[in-house]
Ligand binder design. Structure first.
Ligand code: GDP
Length: 715
């Protein structure tokens, strides 16, 4: 079987936006214009194609990063049906809300480019900046779309200025609008120097005409600016330009394309998705300027056998390798594993090697989701995105590859969950269902974790923020029919040690009948953080970052009891020491002990191990860790003093201030425990004019006086 689309005609991209900027509406128009969808569902009626999950519809936000495939022929192509002229778009959905950082990061990793949507009234908003930063980190080429130009108060100039000012001076306008607010009709393309308007029910007809007299002067001025910005990126073109020769349209496009792919230029477009103006031209820009998989550097990783660096090029004849980036349950097909193929091909019905877990998996069916159907595919090729049905042990961020040519691609790094809450099934019947539901949801979402409080036996769920957990609880109700009582959100504290120690645990009971005998000696020390990108040693588990070394010589603790010792240690770690929070970053060396021929048992060794652990932890300078958040507050200048004072009072560190248009932006690092309910405080302190965003930065040691309060409150 051969590939149906040449690689240079594939675009894997995402649509990124601040909530409410119009991502859903834009995505929907994209699906309409690409012909996959014949009817347009309005967002408020909850009929959109990408947001098929119920609670997403209600909230009007997109939570999941489903990939949707559609096809596009450029505007002006005469024969729209001619397959040779079509491009395949794999659109990876990205959420706008900060509590779904993991989703944004995850999708950034697999997309090759992005359309960034802005609200033409508000311009750049705090979350646009956060998302922009993630895209910068992942070096994702971008085109911008200033949407909602039909709204009262919309301004292309102001929004464009906010992009230049707050996101990047490398942005450049490709268009100017024809009219704004009620008079918005279309746009002038500053490269072709033509006017474009839209007609038909859904604006499906793009009409090209001459630039209206009133806009001609502006258009000429900005055309000149644009050409200069383009030729700057190419020495030969620059020299020719300085000698008075303007490159041809084709040359300009080629130079611009290369510059966009290098992240040197971000072209800016405009329109109104809701009023059906402009979206098609942005899709043309996706074709013209965003990279195909061929334009990208090879995927890098490591050979799991040798540890040597390895890379794969986007070519069908290279060994297969792919990254699983999303698990999702499809109401019709069942459990889907979305993956991005970096090299080689994969056939349905074949076996694939999961190099992250070291196990083989059978790929049942392979599907591609289109707006209105699920297309079954026999084979997927390099550079494509598809979903596999039937994978059992593959989770988000795992590498799938050819067993004979193994590679582990760089993992997707996820932030740590920082908020947790207790959750309790309402009835006995809910109990079992809740277990299944939570397992499924945590398999899907690496930033969602489920633990059990050993003492109370209560289930604790942790995630990225209050909204994140709220939505997961909601999904549990809707998708799994589980009714549960939910506690108040709490900071996910942790414990660790700063020193090292040596301890002994003895559990001996010999009072008639069969006794108990377990005895171990352990050394405990702090486990240093694993360097970024370094391979995780085999005996270290990622979640609790814990290492267990078996140094028993001569069978003083028989081999059969070693797993029980490790288990005892792990359980003690999960219980914590100071205030019952899980302990992390600990290395345990089991080096001595003894046993009794008759009385020794697994349970005795388990208890001895946890006694030894407790004693060792006590002696190794235990401390409590708390999540510290990176906070940005934007307020009018007159409130600056109050805001910084208030944040300092919250144990916050002010890291800087800057002008943000008419306002001031304050950057600070503040403990999460001090930030619950901050939006309300901010509102009342600033007469409702302040806004804020926050995201996890790092875990830090809690000061002694605060630690004492935490310990007291847990007693
Ligand atoms: P998302 O949160 O980014 O997905 O944004 P939506 O697409 O859900 O849009 C948010 C709101 O803005 C909805 O009420 C849309 O109808 C509205 N909207 C989206 N695009 C436009 C536009 O171009 N013009 C106007 N006036 N409203 C729009």
């Amino acid at each position: 079987m051969n590939r149906d689309y040449p690689l240079e005609k594939v675009r894997n991209f995402g649509i990124i936006a601040h909530i409410d900027a119009g991502k859903t509406t834009t995505s929907e128009r994209v699906l309409f214009y690409t012909g996959s969808q014949h009817k347009i569902g309005e967002v408020h009626e909850g009929e959109t194609t990408t947001d098929w999950m119920e609670q997403e519809r209600e909230r009007g936000i997109t939570i999941t990063a489903a990939a949707i495939t559609c096809f596009w022929s450029k505007t002006g192509e005469k024969d729209k049906k001619d397959a040779a002229k079509k491009y395949r778009f794999n659109i990876i959905d990205t959420p706008g809300h900060i509590d779904f950082t993991a989703e944004v990061k995850r999708s950034m990793r697999v997309l090759d480019g992005a359309i960034v949507v802005f609200d033409g009234v508000a311009g750049v908003e705090p979350q646009s900046e956060t998302n922009w930063r993630y895209a910068d980190e992942a070096k994702v080429p971008r085109v911008c779309f200033i949407n909602k130009l039909d709204r009262t108060g919309a301004s292309f100039e102001r929004s464009y200025a906010s992009i230049l000012d707050r996101l990047s001076p490398k942005a450049v306008r490709m268009q100017i609008p024809i009219g704004e607010e009620g008079a918005h009709e279309g746009a002038i393309d500053l490269l072709t120097m033509k006017a474009y308007t839209f007609s038909g029910n859904m604006g499906e007809e793009v009409i090209e005409s001459e630039i209206p007299e009133a806009l001609l002067e502006d258009a000429k001025k900005y055309h000149g600016e644009l050409v200069e910005r383009i030729v700057e990126n190419d020495d030969a073109a620059m020299n020719a330009y300085l000698e008075g020769k303007e490159p041809s349209l084709e040359e300009l496009k080629a130079i611009l394309r290369a510059a966009v792919i290098r992240n040197e230029v971000f072209p800016v477009y405009c329109g109104s998705a809701l009023k059906n103006k402009g979206v098609q031209l942005v899709l043309d820009a996706v074709v013209d300027y965003l990279p195909s998989p061929l334009d990208l550097p090879p995927a890098t990783g490591k050979n799991p056998k040798t540890g040597d660096p390895a890379e794969r090029h986007a070519a069908d004849d290279e060994p297969f390798c792919a990254l699983a980036f999303k698990l999702q349950t499809d109401p019709f097909v069942g459990a889907l594993t979305f993956f991005r193929v970096y090299s080689g091909t994969l056939s349905a019905g074949s076996y694939v090697f999961n190099s992250t877990t070291g196990s083989r998996e059978r790929v049942g069916r392979i599907v591609r989701l289109q707006a209105d159907k699920r297309e079954e595919v026999g084979k997927v090729f390099a550079g494509e995105i598809a979903a596999a049905v039937g994978l059992k042990d593959t989770k988000t961020s795992h590498t799938l590859c050819d067993e004979a040519n193994p590679i582990i691609l760089e993992e997707i790094k996820f932030p740590e969950p920082v908020v947790s809450l207790r959750i309790e099934p309402k009835t006995k019947a809910d109990q079992e269902k809740m277990g299944i539901a939570l397992r499924k949801l945590s398999d899907e979402d690496p930033t969602f974790r489920v633990t059990t409080d050993e003492e109370t036996n209560e289930t604790i769920i942790s995630g990225m923020g209050e909204l994140h957990l709220e939505i997961l609880v909601d999904r549990m109700k809707r998708e799994f029919n589980v009714e549960a009582n939910v506690g108040k959100p709490q900071v996910a504290y942790r414990e660790t040690i700063l020193g090292s120690s040596d301890a002994e645990g003895k559990y001996i009971k010999q009072t008639g009948g069969r006794g108990q005998y377990g005895h171990v000696k352990i050394k405990m020390k702090k486990l240093e953080p694993i360097e970024e990108g370094a391979k995780i040693p085999k005996n270290v588990t990622r979640e609790d970052h814990f290492e267990f070394i078996n140094n028993i010589k001569g069978g003083v603790v028989p081999q059969e009891y070693i797993p029980a010792v490790e288990k005892g240690v792990r359980e003690a770690m999960a219980r914590g020491l100071l205030a019952g929070f899980p302990m992390v970053d600990v290395s345990i060396d089991l080096y001595d002990g003894s046993y009794h021929d008759v009385d020794s048992s697994e349970i005795a060794f388990k208890i001895a191990a946890s006694m030894a652990f407790q004693d060792a932890a006590q002696k190794a300078k235990p401390v409590i860790l708390e999540p510290i958040m990176r906070v940005e507050v934007i307020v009018p200048e007159q409130f600056m003093g109050d805001i910084t004072g208030n944040l300092s009072g919250k144990r916050g560190q002010i890291e800087g201030m800057e002008d943000r248009g008419m306002n001031k932006a304050v950057h600070a690092k503040v403990p999460l425990s001090e930030m619950f309910g901050y939006t309300t405080i901010l509102r009342s302190m600033t007469e409702g004019r302040g806004s804020m965003t926050m995201e996890f930065d790092h875990y830090d040691i809690v000061p002694t006086n605060v630690a004492q309060e935490i310990i007291a409150s847990r007693k």
